[in-house]
Design a protein around this ligand. Structure first.
Ligand code: COI
Length: 355
């Protein structure tokens, strides 16, 4: 168990009054803890939110030694605050850390850091429908040398941001361009299954190009054959093709999303068969051409469920499900947000109350 030293802010900040957007406002405090090989994690502290002093030689700045997680805390209708599957985030952070030679962090300590910080800043958890407190734990390598080596010094931090919906469309279907040039990450053996900042840096050029053309995001294909569908924007992707629910199998280059995993469980519990397999872009094109693509949606922490209403290939547009949210996407959205917000009973022990 961590011994967390708390230094409170002198004057609490004003809370935002208008639309929250995503990741634009930050709460009064942040969590920080240091690591050194041979010493382990030390100096766990909560301090006022603000800039951190860093060496210009830090390995995080030069070689992208950075991993992060994303999770949300919700106000329930009976006045409690709860997190959704926080131990899954703790596990995934350790899997990312292993790949990037960053230190392991005990799952209990990860959860303690997050819950202690939320508890201190609990008046920042928004209450309006569709809002939540986004929790961003992250770890950086902080070795002050320009040699490329495994990490010896690291910092773990948690910051909090009250948020509304991730996409401006909210739950309205988004339009997605099939990306033919850039790839998100390299193939098997790479970092695709981790939540490291570098994956997201490599994804921004294609995302920016799509946005400039008026579309929301891109559909990523695999880096090796440029043939198989991997993710959509920063989310996992699912399709209903001719009655079959399919999602790309976790082949090493795909993030093992916690919302993805929860959707698969909910679908199975509701009697749907879900196939995790490779899906080629040709199969998707055929389904778009012959009208058998019934629904498509992205799954992720930030957007939860994001229905796809349009695919764009070589400037040709294909409309999906009359650009309406489909039955399966709506069911998943209602179930997941219902559990998260406490409107539905949590029968799977997925929530954790923040006291
Ligand atoms: C998610 O929705 O799971 C994300 O990671 C989005 C984040 C990169 C903003």
């Amino acid at each position: 168990m961590l011994d967390i030293k708390i230094t409170k802010i002198e004057k609490k900040k004003d809370k935002p009054t208008g639309p929250l957007g995503f990741g634009q406002y930050f709460t009064d405090h942040m969590f920080m803890m240091d690591y050194e090989v041979g010493k382990g994690w030390y100096n766990a502290r909560i301090i006022p939110y603000g800039p951190i002093p860093m060496s210009p030689a830090s390995s995080a700045l030069h070689y992208g030694a950075e991993i992060f997680e994303g999770m949300k805390a919700y106000h329930t209708k009976d006045g409690k605050i709860q997190l959704f599957r926080p131990y899954e985030n703790a596990k995934r952070m350790n899997s990312s850390a292993e790949r990037l030679c960053l230190p392991q962090l005990p799952e209990e300590d990860f959860v303690q850091a997050v819950t202690t910080l939320i508890s201190l800043d609990k008046d920042w958890v928004p209450t309006a429908e569709g809002t939540s407190l986004y929790v961003r734990p992250f770890m950086i390598g902080d070795d002050h040398t320009l040699g490329v080596h495994g990490v010896h010094h690291a910092i773990f931090m948690v910051i909090l941001s009250p948020v509304g919906s991730y996409y401006k469309e909210g739950l309205n279907p988004v339009s997605i361009v099939i990306e033919k040039d850039d790839v998100r990450v390299a193939g098997k053996g790479g970092t695709g299954y981790t939540k490291c900042g570098g994956n997201y840096a490599a994804s921004t050029r294609a995302g920016k190009k799509a946005e400039e053309k008026g579309y929301s995001q891109v559909l990523w294909l695999d880096a090796v054959e440029r043939k198989y569908i991997e993710e959509v924007g920063s989310m996992n992707v699912m399709f209903k093709i001719n009655g079959e629910i399919v999602t790309p199998a976790l082949v090493g280059s795909i993030l093992p999303g916690i919302t993805r995993k929860s959707c698969i469980q909910i679908l199975k519990d509701n009697g749907y068969q879900v196939n995790e397999r490779r899906i080629s872009v040709d199969e998707l094109m055929e389904a778009l051409e012959n009208g058998t693509l019934e629904e498509a949606w992205g799954t992720g922490t930030a957007a939860v469920i994001s229905p796809i209403g349009k695919f764009v290939v070589n400037d040709k547009e294909y409309i999906v499900n009359k650009q309406q949210i489909g039955k399966v996407s709506q069911m998943l959205y209602d179930e997941i947000t219902g559990i998260q917000s406490g409107k539905l009973k949590d029968t799977r022990d997925w929530t954790l109350e923040v006291k």
